[in-house]
Design a protein around this ligand. Structure first.
Ligand code: CAA
Length: 255
């Protein structure tokens, strides 16, 4: 199967499984990723991890062998499919973590930046090299990269197509953590830093931060006020305060 959907402890795991093509995103692979994200949404997993098979690549981008002979309608449909598929991660009720274990290029980096968080091993190389193909990123890269790393750095990456090493990616905020190999084990340890918290409250926090990208400050503060008030209505907020006052660990119930 070019895309595997499995369970690893309390987490859902999507593995892009075309190591012979550096896990490149054929149209079928993108469709399969969409189905796997839907499966994660319907599961009781605490978070979704996304990685690539093998030790060389997370994903080397869209499958270039499918580019030739596409007409304008087909080219637009492929781009829309990629954008819509990766956007499913924005509305997924559980957080997602890209586990970057090698190259994350083009559509591969776009998949990673659509995830809530990113970890990477020291051999990771991240970039949007589309300019070298006479193209620009098409699966969300021109929009999500500047939101993550700022316009200047995004323009540098989009215009030069250069690869960023893991350390630099960490320093620019493109990844959240460096992890040892095996990368999935490192990602699980990272995900456990948040996965026992209340899932609905994690979602409010994600939503408030994501909305900051495209709202004026006053509107963003209103969104924060409303989501904070909503969180206060939950049993988990009562449990959190009680546990603090009783000097014990909280037991959140996702309510
Ligand atoms: N599409 C299809 N096949 C790919 C691929 C891709 N994006 N990337 C790598 N492969 C294939 C290679 O063709 C090769 O196959 P064969 O063994 O059959 O020849 C195999 O994977 C191994 O790759 P290399 O031999 O090239 O490995 P390398 O170590 O020499 O180089 C690399 C690694 C630098 C990542 C190089 O493979 C490369 O530059 N790949 C293309 C990266 C790229 O341009 N990505 C952007 C694609 S466009 C896009 O993603 C648009 C968008 O916004 C969605």
């Amino acid at each position: 199967m070019p895309v595997e959907f499995t369970r690893v402890e309390e987490f859902a795991l999507i593995t892009l499984n075309r190591p012979e093509a550096l896990n490149a995103l054929s149209v079928q692979v993108v469709k399969d990723i969409g189905a796997a994200i839907d499966a994660a949404a319907g599961s009781d997993a605490r978070a979704l991890l996304v990685t690539g098979a093998g030790d060389k690549a997370f994903c080397a981008g869209a499958d270039i062998s499918e580019f030739m002979g596409r007409n304008i309608v087909e080219a637009m449909a492929a781009t829309e499919l990629g954008q819509k598929t990766f956007a499913k991660l924005d509305s997924l009720t559980i957080p997602s973590v890209a586990v970057i274990n090698g190259y994350a290029l083009g559509g591969g980096l776009e998949l990673a930046t659509a995830c809530t968080l990113r970890v990477a091993t020291a051999n990771a190389r991240l970039g949007v090299p589309e300019i070298k193909l006479g193209l620009i990123p098409g699966y969300g890269g021109t929009q999500r990269l500047p939101r993550l790393v700022g316009q200047g750095r995004a323009l540098d990456m989009v215009m030069t197509g250069r690869m960023v090493a893991a350390e630099e990616a960490l320093s620019m905020g493109l990844i959240n953590r460096l992890v040892e190999t095996p990368a999935v084990a490192g990602a699980i340890a990272y995900a456990r830093e948040f996965a026992a918290f209340s899932l609905p409250v994690l979602r409010y926090g994600r939503e408030a931060v994501m909305r900051a990208d495209n709202t004026a400050l006053a509107e963003g503060l209103s969104i924060e006020r409303d989501l904070n008030t909503l969180a206060f209505q939950g049993e988990d907020a009562t449990e959190g305060a009680n546990a603090f006052l009783e000097k014990r660990a909280p037991e959140f119930k996702d309510r």
